[in-house]
Design a protein around this ligand. Structure first.
Ligand SMILES: NC(=O)c1ccc[n+]([C@@H]2O[C@H](COP(=O)([O-])OP(=O)(O)OC[C@H]3O[C@@H](n4cnc5c(N)ncnc54)[C@H](O)[C@@H]3O)[C@@H](O)[C@H]2O)c1
Length: 371
């Protein structure tokens, strides 16, 4: 596919490690690309950068991300820092002639997302976002089922995204509770279900949203309490595609939910049910089945659902979260090579951001907003 590409990685937390695993694994899994060169890694301090570079297999380390962006050996930059840094880092990388793989959401302010999309357009470089959930083999299967009309014409979509990492009212205040990180569940979380909706049905056209805070304040490391500035819960009504109505419920403080992105798609001839917590399973109900056998059938992911086959030849053994990032990395390399690729680039990402900001506006003004 591509000639060997030099990788720069900014940030080495949850997503930074995930990107590092993807860059390390993509050649072994897919075989059809040159092995990426892990060139330069940036962290908050030189010391941390050096430790992580040794662990992840990067040649150079820096405590100043601008040094990485200026490195002529770097062709593509992974931006895996908190949301507030995405715009500056992605734009600087694009202006330096690098491709960019930036974590979601694009940015906190819509104006910054617009600047990012403009920088990508002006640079002619590839700029894609970390919307890993669109990559799962069974999500591709859902898309194929919808295309072939397996459940007739879709009339309603229901989506829930719940996790419980903010559920403990006594959990320490950190950047995700600061207004500088965004609205909360809406942009931190909602963008993932929106990436699925966009992939399956196109952009959301109309929204009505309500945002709420389960806890008004949280303890700080200094032993004081600080008001929570973001909304950990969001409830949204929306319209999408040709007359499809939808409901989206988001909650970062939902005890017991660990990685739920539950999708129900209702059509005139059946229903599709999927949950990211069990993303190696898909449930399909067909009204065309013999009445005595009607019920949801469960389909397990296997090599017949590409690109599962690139990881494991045996069905039912299951892929993991990090594998989605390897698939995403491969799609990015395909896009860089000028091939068809399943990615959400900055242009499509901007549509998601517009939907998110329309939802926030709807909450403020308590009315329907056209996106
Ligand atoms: N795609 C997904 O499924 C997914 C999941 C979780 C988070 N995310 C996104 O990934 C991004 C990072 O989230 P995370 O959970 O990995 O956060 P994290 O706190 O685990 O990691 C952030 C890292 O960035 C580093 N960093 C911060 N400022 C920096 C700077 N100026 N220079 C260099 N390094 C810097 C921090 O030291 C840390 O290592 C966020 O935008 C988040 O929304 C995406």
């Amino acid at each position: 596919m591509t000639a060997s590409i030099g990788v720069g990685l900014i940030g080495t937390g949850y997503m930074g490690k995930c990107h590092a695993l993807a860059w390390n694994g993509v050649k072994a899994v897919f075989g059809d690309c040159a092995r990426p060169r892990l060139v330069h890694l940036a962290e908050m301090t030189q010391d941390l950068a050096e430790r992580r570079a040794a662990e992840f297999g990067f040649e150079k380390a820096t405590g100043d991300w601008r040094e990485l962006v200026a490195d002529p050996d770097v062709d593509v930059v992974s931006v895996t820092t908190p949301n507030a840094f995405h715009a500056d880092m992605a734009i600087a990388a694009l202006e330096a002639g690098k491709h960019v793989w930036c974590e979601k959401p694009m940015a906190v302010a819509l104006a910054d997302s617009e600047r990012m999309a403009a920088a990508a357009r002006a640079s002619g470089q590839v700029a894609v976002l970390g919307y890993n959930y669109i990559q799962s083999p069974l999500m591709r299967q859902i898309e194929a089922l919808l295309r072939e009309g397996a459940i007739g014409s879709v009339n309603h979509v229901r989506l829930e995204m719940d996790e419980d990492f903010m559920a403990d009212p006594e959990a320490l205040f950190y950047w995700k509770s600061e207004a500088s990180s965004g609205y909360g569940a809406l942009d931190d979380f909602g963008v993932h279900p929106l990436s699925l909706l966009q992939t399956l049905f196109g952009p959301v056209t109309k929204v009505f949203a309500n945002l709420s805070k389960p806890y008004p304040d949280r303890p700080t490391v200094e032993g004081t309490r600080r008001p929570v500035e973001t909304f950990d819960i969001a409830s949204v009504l929306f319209e999408i595609g040709e007359g499809i109505s939808g409901v989206m419920a988001l909650n970062r403080s939902a005890w017991g939910r660990k990685g739920r992105i539950a999708l129900q798609i209702f059509g005139s001839a059946g229903t599709i049910v999927f949950d990211q917590e069990r993303f190696n399973e898909l449930q399909v109900y067909s009204a065309a089945d013999r009445q005595s056998l009607q019920g949801f059938r469960t389909i397990l992911a296997g090599p017949q659902h590409p690109p599962y086959d690139r990881f494991i030849p045996a069905p039912g053994h299951g892929l993991g979260f990090n594998d989605l990032k390897i698939i995403e990395c491969h799609e990015l390399l395909r896009r860089i090579a000028g091939e068809d690729a399943r990615v959400i680039d900055f242009e499509k990402g901007l549509e998601i951001e517009r939907a998110v900001h329309a939802m926030a506006q709807s909450h403020r003004e308590q009315r329907w907003i056209s996106v």
